[in-house]
Write a protein that binds this ligand. Sequence first.
Ligand code: HEC
Length: 133
Amino acid sequence: MRRFGMHIPWVALVGLTACAPDQPASGAKLYRDNCVACHGLSGTGAGPLAADLPVAAADLTGLSARNGGEFPWVHVMATIHGYHGQDTQRLMPGFEAVLTGPTILWQAPDGSTIPTPQALLSLARYVETLQAS
Ligand code: HEC
C-alpha cells in the first residue's frame, strides 16, 4: 500500500462533514437568501424589490425600539413562519417551507416552551443582531 493514499479518505470525510446537507443553515445565510430582496441587507426595508411593493417592507432594525426595547421574538417568528396577525396586510410571504431541519424546544420570554424549527430561531437571532439599539 502506498503511503500517501492513506490520507485521502480522511480529507474527503472532513469535507463531507463540513457541508452535510442536514446541517442547519445559518441565520445570516437564510436572511441573505430569503429576506434581502425586500428588507435589504441591513434590514432597513430598502431591498431592490421594496420600491415596487404597495406596502413598505418593514424596517427590521427598529423592531426592539418599536416594542419598548424588547425584541419581539414571538411576533418576529410568527411573521416569518406565516401566522400573520391581523395588523399586517399579509404582503410578506410565509417561509414555513424553507424552514426545514430539526425542531427544538424553545423557551419563550414568557416561560412557555414552544416547538420551533431551529432554522426559524437562527433567522430570528440574526434579525435581532440587526437592531439599531
Ligand atoms: C416580498 C417581500 C418580502 C420578503 C421576501 C420578506 N418580507 Fe418581511 N415584510 C414585508 C412587508 C411588506 C412587511 C410589512 C407587513 C406586511 O405587509 O406583511 C414585512 C414585515 C416583516 C416583519 C414584521 C415587522 C414589524 O414591524 O412587525 C418581519 C419581522 C419580517 N418582515 C421579517 C422578514 C424576514 C426575516 C424575511 C426573510 C425570511 C422576510 N421578512 C421576507 C415584505 C417582505
